[in-house]
Design a binder for this molecule. Structure first.
Ligand SMILES: Nc1ccn([C@@H]2O[C@H](COP(=O)(O)OP(=O)(O)OP(=O)(O)O)[C@@H](O)[C@H]2O)c(=O)n1
Ligand SMILES: O=P(O)(O)OC[C@@H](O)[C@@H](O)[C@@H](O)CO
Length: 429
């Protein structure tokens, strides 16, 4: 049914969420989902000439991670998207496969692109009709295809939901934004011919959605000239399938990375949003899970996203590659081995810590017999560990929350960071 609540663990996904615009609705803890198969085509076979860089912009790295990995993650975290086809130049297919493996992306297939964006998108759409390998078990031919430029990393699940639902109803749907500049027509001699009434026009952005049949037919019927010079999929749907797309005004975060300045803007947004997310590792301790749950609820009021996981093993290992702030909550007697283990995991993940990581070790102690000497010894030990971690560009903080057995536990304190033990980095928030 439309709007079914599903995937209540959505918060468990690693998230990059674009800065909230004034008045935007608060982050929803649950995700609306659709009840028909939806797949995504991410055209990423361009060369990014307008950036003036050798590296195509979709492969430019921010905080040790290529731009396209952030875009893929934005779609991966949407549980009702069954599969993602990334379309890259043949010579970049090995690189793209490596990125998928390194950042443990799921539901992703790579296909070769073409000499123009339309040819690349068409290649992705055709691939959705030819399911192969393990994909054929997990995914079916989609009812709706979402097409989204791989260089638009800031896209939210709520907007994708709107586009998918409108595409299913209407056959096609697209994101639009108000024009910033007026559109004018020029004469062949380079003079003004006429200007368009800006109020009547909008900028066509991405994501766009189409029923599979519409976009498939549109590409079957369009001309070579469309393939070579066209820039608008919505036009093909209208021209060759008679489907007039539903237009939905999107948030300003849907902009496309086109010029070098856009790369700098994207990096600052990624950094800003990453500083507002953290991974809480609770271990097996029920006490730690309780505190983490309280923290997660409180963090939402600070516009922060906390992913709560028991450990960093298996699939959760991907957090070591995508998260920058970790809160290790240990309810047992302080065992530095948990901290040492996470530092070892970081080393094994071979993260190039160009920017400081932060690990906050929260130790809940309820024993009244904690001897002063023991506490001192632990503090010295963790400060030594923090000094060693700092050489890896990891700032280790320690917080000890001691509650006596005699006194009922107080409400969890507002999460205030202590001065770093041994580190000297800025508190992460
Ligand atoms: N033959 C092409 C050209 C573009 N794209 C993709 O379409 C998206 C939007 O295109 P654009 O911003 O124009 O990217 P480039 O073509 O790489 O940029 P430029 O025109 O500056 O070279 C990008 O993700 C790009 O990789 C594609 O898949 N295949
Ligand atoms: O023309 P470019 O390849 O730079 O970008 C593609 C854009 O035209 C396209 O993403 C939107 O305008 C929606 O169709």
């Amino acid at each position: 049914m439309e709007g079914d609540i599903c995937d209540p663990d959505r918060a468990a996904y690693p998230r990059i969420f674009p800065p909230r615009e004034a008045g935007e609705s608060d982050h929803q803890p649950f995700e609306r989902c659709v009840n028909f198969p939806v797949s995504v085509v991410l055209p990423a076979a361009g060369t990014g000439e307008r950036t003036g860089l050798q590296t195509p912009k979709q492969f430019c790295s921010f905080l040790g991670r290529p731009l396209i990995s952030y875009t893929i993650q934005a779609f991966e975290r949407v549980s009702w998207i069954q599969s993602i086809v990334v379309v890259v130049l043949k010579e970049n297919m090995a690189l793209m496969t490596d990125i998928i493996q390194r950042f443990q992306h799921r539901k992703v297939r790579v296909v070769p692109g073409g000499s123009t964006r339309h040819r690349s998108i068409c290649s992705g759409v055709l691939a959705l009709g030819e399911l192969e390998g393990e994909e054929s078990h997990a995914a079916v031919q989609p009812k709706v295809v979402i097409i989204h430029d791989a260089v638009r990393p800031f896209v939210e699940a709520d907007f994708l939901y709107k586009i998918a639902m409108a595409a299913k109803e209407q056959g096609a749907a697209g994101a639009i934004r108000p024009l910033v500049s007026t559109v004018i027509a020029t004469t062949s001699e380079g003079y003004l011919d006429h200007s368009l009434d800006r109020a009547k026009y909008r900028a066509s952005e991405m994501p766009q959605g189409f029923t599979y049949d519409v976009i498939y037919q549109a590409y079957q019927r369009c001309t070579e000239s469309d393939f070579d010079f066209g820039t608008e999929c919505l036009h093909l749907a209208l021209q060759y399938c008679g489907v007039s797309a539903k237009l939905i005004e999107g948030p300003p975060t849907l902009w496309k990375v086109t010029y070098k300045r856009d790369l700098a803007a994207a990096e600052s947004i990624i950094k800003e949003t990453l500083s507002r997310s953290a991974c809480v590792v609770t271990g097996a301790s029920a006490q730690a899970v309780t505190l983490a749950g309280t923290l997660q609820k409180a963090a939402r009021t600070w516009d922060m996203e906390l992913n709560v996981i028991p450990d960093l093993k298996g699939d959760n290992g991907s957090y070591l590659l995508t998260e920058w702030n970790f809160i290790l909550v240990s309810g047992s007697l302080p065992c530095l081995s948990e901290v040492e283990a996470i530092l070892t995991d970081f080393k094994a993940a071979n993260r190039a810590p160009l920017h400081p990581f932060v690990i906050v070790w929260v130790h809940l102690s309820s024993s009244d017999e904690l001897s002063i000497s023991r506490t001192m010894a632990e503090q010295v030990a963790i400060m030594d560990l923090a000094s060693a971690a700092k050489l890896q560009n990891i700032f280790l903080y320690g917080i000890q929350i001691h509650q006596s057995k005699e006194v009922p536990p107080p409400p969890p304190p507002p999460f205030v960071l202590m001065k770093p033990l041994g580190g000297s980095g800025k508190p992460w928030n």
